[in-house]
Design a protein around this ligand. Sequence first.
Ligand code: K1U
Ligand code: ZN
Length: 174
Amino acid sequence: MKRPILIHPDPRLKKLCTEVDDVSDELRVLAADMLETMYEAPGIGLAAPQIGVLSRLIVLDCVKDEAEAPRPLVMVNPRVVASSDERNVYEEGCLSIPDQYAEVERPKVVDVEWMDLNGALQKETFDGLWATCVQHEIDHLDGKLFIDYLGAMKRQMITRKMVKLKKERAREKA
Ligand code: K1U
Ligand code: ZN
């Protein structure tokens, strides 16, 4: 089931999310809903707080080429365990901040550990867009948005645009 995506500013997007204790059928349904919501948006990642669930769960699929097979990844309690000194700049977007993009600098390569939906521990090295995206999604679990890497002026400008967008959407609904 597709779930509505929260738009910034929303207090739930600023919260530190709690660790998942065990992999349940409820969690598997939530992960399936998140993948459906991400693909439908469309996006290349989604974190649970973006649909109002304050648990450490993310999904991503950075395969952009339609000729390539999709590679949906579900990560429970993901954490970056090593990062490269080499850095990469990517123009990031966010499904909770529609139509706004800005360059963010992050480590180019990261090693990430997580639990999969079978409860097994996984570890993988990510590079390029995959590395950018997984760091962006883990930031969501710590209440951090890509605009928090920008200067105050740019961040305020984007936040004002989002407040306006939310008012317009609320008016359309009424
Ligand atoms: O977390 C999110 O809000 C999802 C976000 C992930 C992301 C994008 C770019 C850099 C880092 C992280 C998005 O998916 S925004 C939409 C987007 O980038 C996209 C949409 C369709 C095709 C390709 C990309
Ligand atoms: Zn985002």
